[in-house]
Write a protein of this length. Structure first.
Length: 247
């Protein structure tokens, strides 16, 4: 039986039941997805889906803590699923060893209550945003680069969507990836863990989620900054009705 030491005064038995019945999809089993998945599994989330088509690389192990050197060259998702089942054998881990695309995004997301996006490219971030809004599923979006991390929640309580925050996607050569520019490994743990915390808050309806706010963490200066972000009434996506939205 999965047990979970939680602050009962704030959480309650009902909150624990909500965790056990929750269905969370993690897009990207890398630096952010690894710590988020570990903590969500340890807290007894009932169903965790993982989407990633990539393989495990030695150069990424400093931030992708689900894996070891002996896993190098293997696909991420099967290894991640095996590790998470060892942490919590009673929960349902659903592996998706595929790239998230416009053709399969809705089929993946429709079976979940909440999505965590830890990918490192804008094309996928916009795709996850659009798919989650079409289905009415809250999205927790995290990103890291060098010594800075960002975190926000979209699609919740009439808050902004990802396109409200970042209306125009940069060109592929304008923003480097973590592999190109580097990233502090422990920074991934900080933001990934916070993604798991926000997920628990949404599922159990406690605290104040980050919807309508963009949190920025600077690891070099140990500072947190929160920027208020409002929904853009002229947003080409979330300003139109759900029936008219397309991927």
């Amino acid at each position: 039986v999965q047990t979970c030491a939680l602050p009962i005064s704030e959480f309650g038995v009902e909150g624990q039941d909500r965790l056990q019945n929750a269905r969370i999809l993690i897009v990207g089993a890398g630096g952010l997805g690894s710590p988020a998945a570990l903590y969500l599994a340890a807290m007894g989330i009932g169903k965790i889906g993982i989407v990633d088509h990539d393989i495990i690389s030695l150069s990424n192990l400093h931030r992708q803590i689900l894996y070891t050197q002996s896993d190098t060259g293997k696909q991420k998702v099967p290894v991640a699923a095996e590790r998470l089942r060892k942490i919590s054998p009673t929960i349902n881990i659903v592996p998706h060893c595929e790239r998230l695309t416009r053709e399969n995004a809705l089929d993946f997301l429709k079976n979940y209550d909440l999505v965590l996006d830890g990918t490192d490219n804008f094309a996928t971030r916009y795709l996850v945003n659009d798919a989650s809004l079409m289905l009415g599923i809250p999205l927790i979006s995290g990103s890291i680069l060098k010594f800075e991390g960002q975190l926000t929640i979209v699609g919740l309580e009439q808050g902004p969507c990802y396109r409200c925050l970042f209306p125009d996607a940069p060109n592929s050569n304008e923003v480097p990836t973590c592999s190109e520019a580097g990233v502090l490994g422990a920074l991934a743990g900080t933001i990934g863990t916070m993604m798991a915390i926000e997920a628990v808050k949404i599922i159990t309806n406690i605290g104040q989620p980050l919807t309508g706010r963009l949190l920025i963490y600077n690891a070099l200066h140990s500072t947190f900054q929160t920027i208020k972000v409002e929904r853009d009434p002229a947003c080409p996506y979330c300003s139109i009705s759900r029936k008219k939205r397309k991927l």
